[in-house]
Design a protein. Structure first.
Length: 256
């Protein structure tokens, strides 16, 4: 099983879409760190290195990161079908469930890899502002960048790790959904489009009662900004496990 997982990671990092996404995650923090119009457009003045990763993530989490994840995770099935490499793999004495489980492990950890890259290069890009105590907030709490007084280095570190960790959990259902659509359609473009369209339709359902909105995946994608995100995380995990189990069930019976 470990060899299959390592194989999937090798395929993942060999994909152009994954390398492009990692490159964007590395460059985006520098763009915001040196952006001259932050004060005019967002009424924000960066005063600490701890604010740069949050700014980069907040601007990427709603569209760019879901887009990258949808395309790359859809490719995990679609590209192998197009290249004809999946069928020979399944002809080997391997359990089908192990093959798809290995793909799911790589897919579900992919958001964390993107966010870790964003965090690392965010701190590098913001290093010129310093890592000491500062007046304001990290941007990863309900208080935003304004904060509630002075934020210490230890507090900033904990808020940043907490925010990025929760953000990774919020993106996992999207990765699982993309793999599920990849199995259903056996085509990268169709699976990625279906994933993105599903997210957009869910966002449009804000016109429905709040009780219905609470069960929508897109309602909880900003859980990293909430003081008590437990309810959101439980629902996100239900989505992740549900999509993963469906992918496993359908892959076992799908003729590829």
């Amino acid at each position: 099983m470990l060899s299959l997982i390592l194989l999937e990671y090798r395929k993942l990092f060999g994909a152009r879409s994954a390398r492009f996404a990692l490159a964007v995650c590395a460059l985006l923090p520098f763009l915001w760190s040196f952006a001259p119009g932050l004060q005019d457009v967002y009424n924000l003045v960066l005063v600490s290195a701890w604010q740069v990763p949050a700014l980069a993530m907040l601007t990427a989490a709603q569209f760019l990161l879901p887009l990258f994840i949808s395309i790359t995770c859809a490719e995990m099935i679609g590209t192998e079908i197009a290249q004809g490499t999946l069928a020979p793999l399944l002809l080997r004495p391997l359990n089908r469930s192990k093959v798809i489980l290995a793909k799911l492990v790589a897919a579900l950890t992919y958001p964390a890899i993107l966010l870790a890259t964003l965090l690392l290069f965010g701190l590098i890009a913001g290093a010129r502002f310093g890592f000491m105590d500062f007046a304001g907030g990290t941007g990863l709490t309900p208080a935003g960048f304004v904060g509630a007084g002075v934020t210490t280095t230890a507090t900033a570190l904990m808020e940043t790790l907490r925010g990025f960790g929760i953000a990774a959990l919020t993106l996992m259902p999207i990765a699982a959904l993309a793999v599920l659509f990849g199995i259903l359609y056996l085509n990268t473009a169709a699976a990625a489009l279906a994933t993105i369209a599903t997210l957009q339709v869910m966002r449009l359902l804000i016109v429905f009662p709040k009780a219905f909105q609470k069960i929508l995946l897109t309602t909880h994608l900003d859980a990293y900004l909430r003081a008590a995100p437990a309810e959101s995380l439980v629902l996100l995990m239900i989505y992740t496990v549900g999509f993963s189990l469906l992918a496993l069930f359908i892959f076992e019976r799908k003729d590829v």
